[in-house]
Design a protein around this ligand. Structure first.
Ligand code: PLP
Length: 432
């Protein structure tokens, strides 16, 4: 029996009909040139990570756990040097004590800004959870409570920067600029590293001493360079997304200038202590091995995103980005226009998971959202969204946000399963 036939039979035994399989395979064949491009980026990023590990003489001794204060933790020090080299920065702070992406971003903002300073977002509203950090929504301990003001310039109708508005918004108090690379749950396009570089150059020409920070969540290793190589003073992200490669069990990173990282370290631990303390409790090897795998994992997630986009486009749905657009993050959204189809999509992703595949996701009233939300996730690391996951609010246009997949083969299976569940609702058929 040949390989192709065997694979199809296996898919069928796992609940994918022959029709869905054949349809998806035809879509995949057309994506080969696109996949080759993605392979190329991943090959470069793999060498980038490898050379940083070799240059910094990563050794087995680095994997030893430390406890207590964690003084002289050579694993932690080596990990941070490797991150700094991968992101092309002077220094880095990479810690299990940084609990998530929001914490990393809050740390970056709170460590650099002082009372009387102003923060500017020139790319519209930041990620939901940052609204409370900044104080856009009143919250205990927000920047606003410390007398740090905030200004925002929205993108223009066509998604481009409002340079005139940005120029006007910059003032004597502007100390820091926050730029979110990924669109998150907004409908704007994700920003390329080149576009971020242009924006930073424009801002620094007018105010050279302003600090430019990039929220790099979901963007790492999607392109050949990172925003820190395009002028950003600080780039920030979560280790349970791209750079953790699925293996980091917790953590966040900040990479940037010496001065920025010093300030961040003094805020994370304590003035006077800075980077010198912070036991790693044995997770350093997972963080390093995850980083080593990250370019490959991101490659799989990207192929999954492009494949999902192409499959659902063929069925007539609007996808953002579309299957031909150049990619700057791993998020894919599909406007399913029907609550039943949104739920079916998520059921498919859940049914394809290695963990909790037997549970059926149900919409629920999530705090902070104005509509019920459905989520699918069956991850080894709780809440990890570099693993195959999907979610969406139950309101028009009933868009599902899909991301991750530790391997391309798993992402592919998940997307086929989502389509299988959608076809079984009887509300959608395959094109003839
Ligand atoms: C995920 C994400 C965050 C927040 O990270 P958490 O780990 O969920 O706290 C912030 N910004 C963007 C763009 C993200 O994708």
């Amino acid at each position: 029996m040949n390989m192709e036939k065997q694979l199809k039979e296996y898919y069928q035994s796992m609940g994918i009909s022959g029709e869905v399989y054949d349809f998806c395979l035809a879509v995949e064949k057309d994506l080969r040139p696109r996949f080759e491009e993605i392979d190329g980026v991943s090959a470069v990023n793999q060498l980038k990570v490898l050379s940083a590990m070799q240059k910094n003489r990563l050794s087995e001794a680095c994997f030893a756990p430390t406890t207590g204060y964690g003084y002289n933790d050579i694993g932690r020090e080596t990990l941070e040097k490797i991150y700094a080299d991968v992101f092309g920065t002077e220094d880095a702070l990479v810690r299990p004590q940084i609990t998530c992406g929001t914490h990393a971003l809050a740390l970056a903002l709170m460590s650099q800004l002082r009372p009387g300073d102003e923060l500017l977002s020139p790319v519209g509203k930041p990620y939901d959870t940052l609204e409370e950090v900044i104080g856009i929504r009143p919250s205990d301990g927000s920047l606003a409570e410390y007398g740090i003001s905030y200004r925002q310039v929205d993108l223009l109708e066509d998604g481009s920067f409002d340079y005139e508005g940005i120029e006007k918004a910059l003032n004597d108090r502007t100390r820091m600029v926050t730029i979110q690379r990924s669109k998150g749950y907004a409908s704007r396009p994700t920003l390329s590293v080149a576009a971020i570089g242009d924006l930073i150059a424009f801002i620094k020409e007018r105010k050279p001493d302003v600090l430019c920070m990039v929220d790099n969540c979901y963007g790492e290793f999607v392109e050949l360079t990172e925003p820190s190589q395009a002028g950003a003073d600080l780039v920030v992200g979560s280790l349970i997304k791209n750079p953790g490669g699925g293996l980091a069990p917790i953590g966040g990173y900040l990479c940037g200038t010496h001065a920025c990282i010093e300030r961040a370290a003094h805020r994370l631990t304590s003035p006077g202590l800075g980077k010198e303390v912070g036991a790693t409790l044995g997770v350093t090897s997972q963080m390093l091995q995850g980083l080593f795998l990250a370019p490959t994992v991101v490659k799989g997630a990207l192929k999954g995103a492009v494949f999902a986009s192409a499959v659902y486009e063929k069925l007539g749905f609007k996808t953002v980005p579309d299957s031909r657009a150049s990619r700057h993050d791993i998020i894919q959204s599909v406007e399913l226009c029907d609550p039943d189809l949104l739920c079916a999509f998520c059921e498919g992703i859940q049914a394809a998971a290695p963990v909790d595949s037997f549970v059926k996701p149900e919409p629920w009233d999530m705090p902070g959202y104005d509509a019920r939300v459905i989520m699918a996730a069956g991850a080894f690391v709780s809440g990890s969204s570099i693993e195959l996951s999907a979610d969406g609010p139950l309101r028009p246009p009933y868009a599902v946000y899909f991301q991750g997949g530790l391997t391309w083969e798993h992402a592919r299976f998940g997307i086929m399963m989502s389509l299988e569940k959608i076809i079984r609702t009887g509300k959608q058929s395959l094109p003839t």
